[in-house]
Ligand binder design. Structure first.
Ligand code: PEP
Ligand code: MG
Length: 883
């Protein structure tokens, strides 16, 4: 095995497609070298070393030492310096780099190789003692913190003390001698904390940093991040060692980060920030206010500091060329890091840039227009779940707003919630279902769980590339960053600005698209789904095979779903129509009646309302298929609870309360989910399904007579396990159909089908299909009945199962393709064998889950059906599954 891959001098042993082995950073450094871009030379220790490290009690493979030495020698040769050389020392950076970028791991150690001896060499060679000693103290601080685990504040205390002693206020005022005092203090801190001196052997430093990167793969933050993003622990991280270049050697030096297009809006403009005379982390740390790269960016943000385009025009021109080259090569928006050392540009990183859903859409559509990618690639570029960000409400432009501050529009969308100041509070509030805005001076990887729990994120420090901004965009959380006018006082639990005080628990609204921070809750409106969204969805619709329907029973849901592109209703749960205030009493009366006559009397009250429900749905769906499921109530949901409710029902039924109470006790079930529900109710009381069938047919006739639109209802029988159940109930439906045709003089075409929700139904699908003209997989119940896990009780132990690694995903969210999926496959095959043209769909929650939709495509279902807001997600996921 080869453990180490070198890059530099316009060539590399690795390539961009070797991410699994070299990590994202390493693979792209290699690729940039191969492209001839100015990359400082270095080498990557592979992810396989990380795996080996953990499999072998944190040891390294025997050959590693030699390979690292050889790679380091090659860097020395290219740069013309030597690691540890007292006169002309090579300094390196050591950075982690997993396949997917992972905040939460050890990030970077810079200036490694500096010691009491080499620092003097660096001072002589650079002719800048201040720079050399500043670099050394930065190194001790970084190495001391991330490798040796010494807390930051110890170092800060030393620095503050030196400044106080000399009467200095700014770091920039410290001279070489001052930094030397700081260094002495820092070294003392390390010795006090660890009981041994700061390592003076560059080799020891190097291996210490390498070990720290590998160890950070298993730190708590990294583990949490992996869990949130479904990254397997088995991937491991790589380590990148690279010759240092310095952005802090004077005013002809700079360091910066940039996106090749705007990551928030997708606009095709170079978007980035830089700092003159600064090193790496200074830009993201938010200590100094970064300057914009372009004049356009500067103007758009009202900045008064000169843009790089103005202050370093020649280097900017080179960088702009690199931008074009990278986009052409990678054919995607890139997120880059660069350093300028004495007017020479160096590229330190490139990777596919994280972006908001809106930006992803615009970039995909633009790149298709520019001929960089095909329409299919454009469709594949969008994460289906991310569309959610675009479907949700934005602030009503007409609403009154009390704006208290304006920060950077770091991640779009509007959010309102109570102010909290810590990630822990955010998480706690979320557990209680409370909406909160997490307000921090700045965020760090420790805050990720709280950012996840919050509705929105507000920071008072940091730019568009600050931690808060990047992470929020990735999560799709609205975020306003760097609202510098706000003063957060964690101790008092307040935010103040110009005499206004907001306390913890007060409600604020943030608009991540404009950067505005407002008092109170501001009303929102529905978004327009035109432009890029419509364009891309149009492509998706062309590529997909499966239809997408919606689960809807109210006119509002049906209309929303149509707007989102639903091609019919896949599940109308009629029991949901029975809860409305104007009919619940009659429904209870019907359920509690102990004679057929009593039930029919109650049903007669419900029938006209039910008919009207269907008329509305048919009209909204304008001839598109509508699947109506006959009543499937877990009985307990309908039983009256209180004496008052019992009295109400008794009055409506013209009977006394004792009788009602007695019947309620009779109907009580120990296990309602497996009780008298679904078609079992229809078998016991066929008059219920008779009423519903009549309402459906009469509604179809009425709509036809009124609008001329032909409705072909699909009547669906729930929770069947046998062909016999279907035979009995289909006979009822067929009889009613005949009666309505006779009475109205209009014959309605219709289908009768069933849900597949029980393992027996799946296995007997061949027999069942003799009667059923379509199947809809009710994977909520099918998951419940296959696993024998109650839908209603799973929440209490599923987390344990996920922690123990028994379930990778919640099977009620993402289809268990192995078990439940096998039943789906069997049922689809057996159903088709019996009835070649049988229609097959899915209407469980899984119908809106992208990876489950992928499975449905593979099994060859005809359609998926999901809740209205998931319809666009399903359209896109179905297209991606078909491509
Ligand atoms: C199902 O079981 O998957 C289904 C769609 O029906 P319900 O959720 O109403 O039980
Ligand atoms: Mg069900």
């Amino acid at each position: 095995t080869k453990w180490v891959y070198s890059f530099g001098e316009g060539k590399a042993e690795g390539r961009a497609d070797m991410k699994n082995l070299l990590g994202g950073k390493g693979a792209n450094l290699a690729e940039m070298s191969n492209l001839g871009l100015p990359v400082p030379p270095g080498f990557t220790i592979t992810t396989e070393v990380c795996t080996w490290f953990y499999a072998n009690g944190k040891q390294y493979p025997a050959e590693l030492q030699g390979e690292v030495a050889a790679a380091l020698a090659s860097v020395e040769r290219i740069v013309g310096t030597k690691f540890g050389d007292p006169d002309n020392p090579l300094l390196v950076s050591v950075r982690s780099g997993a396949r997917a970028s992972m905040p939460g791991m050890m990030d970077t150690v810079l200036n490694l190789g500096l010691t009491d001896v080499t620092v003097a060499g660096l001072a002589r060679r650079s002719g800048d003692a201040r720079f050399a000693y500043d670099s050394y103290r930065r190194f001790i601080q970084m190495f001391g913190n991330v490798v040796l685990g010494v807390d930051h504040h110890h170092f800060e205390d030393v620095l503050e003390e030196v400044k106080r002693d000399r009467g200095l206020s700014y770091d920039t005022e410290l001279k070489a001698e001052d930094w030397q005092s700081v260094i002495a203090g820092y070294k003392q801190v390390v010795e006090n904390e660890l009981g041994r001196p700061f390592p003076q052997d560059p080799q020891e430093q190097l291996w210490g940093a390498i070990g720290a990167v590998f160890s950070s793969w298993m730190n708590q933050r990294a583990i949490t991040y992996r869990k949130l993003h479904d990254i397997p622990a088995s991937w491991g991280t790589a380590v990148n060692v690279q010759a240092m270049v310095f952005g802090n050697m004077g005013d002809d030096c700079a360091t910066g980060v940039a996106f090749t297009r705007n990551p928030s809006t997708g606009e095709n403009l170079f978007y980035g920030e830089y700092l003159i005379n600064a090193q790496g982390e200074d830009v993201v740390a938010g200590i100094r206010t970064p300057q914009h790269l372009t004049i356009a960016g500067k103007d758009a943000n009202g900045s008064t500091l000169p843009a790089m385009e103005e202050s370093m025009p020649e280097v900017f021109r080179q960088l702009d060329e690199v931008r074009l080259k990278l986009e052409r090569h990678y054919r995607d928006m890139q997120d880059i890091e660069f350093t300028v050392q004495q007017s020479k540009l160096y590229m330190l990183q490139t990777r596919t840039g994280k972006r908001t859903a809106a930006a992803a859409l615009k970039i995909a559509v633009d790149m298709v227009g520019e001929g960089l990618i095909s329409e299919k690639e454009g469709v594949l570029r969008i994460e289906p779940k991310s569309l959610d960000q675009l479907l949700h409400p934005t602030l009503d432009p007409k609403a009154k707003r009390t704006i208290i501050a304006k920060g950077l529009p770091a991640s779009p969308g509007a959010a309102s919630g109570k102010v909290v100041f810590t990630a822990e509070e955010a998480e706690k509030a979320a557990e209680h279902g409370e909406a909160v805005i997490l307000c921090r001076v700045e965020t760090s990887p420790e805050d990720i769980h709280g950012m996840h729990a919050a509705q929105g994120i507000l920071t008072t420090r940091g730019g568009m590339t600050s931690h808060a901004a990047v992470v929020a965009r990735g999560m799709g959380r609205p975020c306003v960053a760097g609202a510098g006018e706000l003063r957060i006082d964690y101790k008092r639990g307040t935010i103040t600005v110009r005499g206004v005080e907001v306390k913890a628990g007060d409600v604020v609204t943030i608009d991540g698209s404009t950067g505005e921070v407002m008092l109170g809750e501001v009303p929102t409106i529905q978004p327009e789904l035109s432009g890029n969204f419509a364009e891309l969805m149009g492509w998706a619709d062309r590529f997909r095979r499966m239809k997408v329907r919606t689960n809807a029973e109210t006119p509002l849901d049906a209309r929303t779903a149509r707007k989102f592109g639903a091609e019919g209703i896949g599940l109308c749960r009629t029991e949901h129509m029975f809860f409305d205030a104007d009919r619940i009493i009659a429904v209870r009366e019907m359920i509690l009646a102990d004679t057929e006559g009593g039930r029919r009397a109650a049903l007669a009250k419900i029938a006209p309302m039910q008919r009207q429900d269907f008329v509305e749905l048919f009209k909204i769906m304008k001839g598109l298929p509508v699947t109506i499921r006959l009543l499937d109530p877990p009985l307990h949901e309908f039983l009256p609870n209180s004496d008052a409710e019992m009295a109400e029902v008794a009055k409506a039924a013209g009977t006394d309360i004792q009788k009602v109470q007695h019947r309620a006790v009779q109907l009580h079930e120990a296990n309602p989910m497996l009780g008298h529900r679904g078609c079992r109710l229809g078998i016991s009381y066929p008059e219920i399904y008779e009423m519903q069938a009549r309402a459906i047919f009469e509604a179809a006739v009425a709509v036809f007579k009124e609008t001329g639109e032909t409705v072909t209802p699909e009547i669906m029988i729930p929770l069947a396990g046998t062909k016999k159940e279907l035979d009995i109930l289909k006979a009822v439906i067929d009889r009613v159909a005949g009666e309505v045709a006779q009475a109205s003089g209009h014959t309605v075409d219709y289908l009768v089908g069933t849900m597949i929700e029980l393992p027996r139904a799946a296995l007997q699908a061949g027999q069942i299909a003799q009667t059923a003209e379509f199947f809809s997989f009710g994977t909520n119940d099918l998951t419940q009945t296959t696993f024998g896990i109650s839908r209603d009780d799973a929440g209490s132990f599923l987390p344990d199962y996920q922690r123990a690694g028994i379930f990778e995903h919640d099977p009620f969210v993402t289809l268990d393709t192995e078990g439940v999926g096998e039943l789906v496959k069997i049922a689809a095959e057996r159903g088709r064998n019996t009835r070649g043209d049988i229609k097959l769909g899915i209407c469980g929650e899984h119908g809106g889950d992208p990876s489950s939709i992928y499975f449905c495509e593979k099994v060859g279902l005809d359609y998926v059906s999901c809740s209205p807001y998931r319809v666009p997600i399903a359209r896109l996921a179905a297209a991606q599954a078909a491509i």
